[in-house]
Design a protein around this ligand. Sequence first.
Ligand code: FES
Length: 105
Amino acid sequence: MAKITIDNTGATVEALPGRSLLLSLLNAEQPVHTVCGGKAGCGCCRVRILEGGDKLSPVNDPEKLRLGPEKIAEGWRLACQTHTLRDIVLYLPIAEELDSICSKK
Ligand code: FES
């Protein structure tokens, strides 16, 4: 099973087959954030892929809309829209970092 390593906490969790990074992180009780429940509506679940970005599902239209081209070019993805079958390393923002970018609607 593929592994998701969270660079800034040192945690490594299993990527659930066929499930989003969000669900894999939540399943492993990692501090990933969501307001919309995984519908690409809040942007709170964003993670920055540090290694293995080429192994992920392609960036989809809701991600393009929510993140914009600059963030995508920097490696940011919506965990709720992203799947992996291979090992990856990511950065998981802390709550304070998300205050200005996470829609609480
Ligand atoms: S959980 Fe809201 S955008 Fe991913």
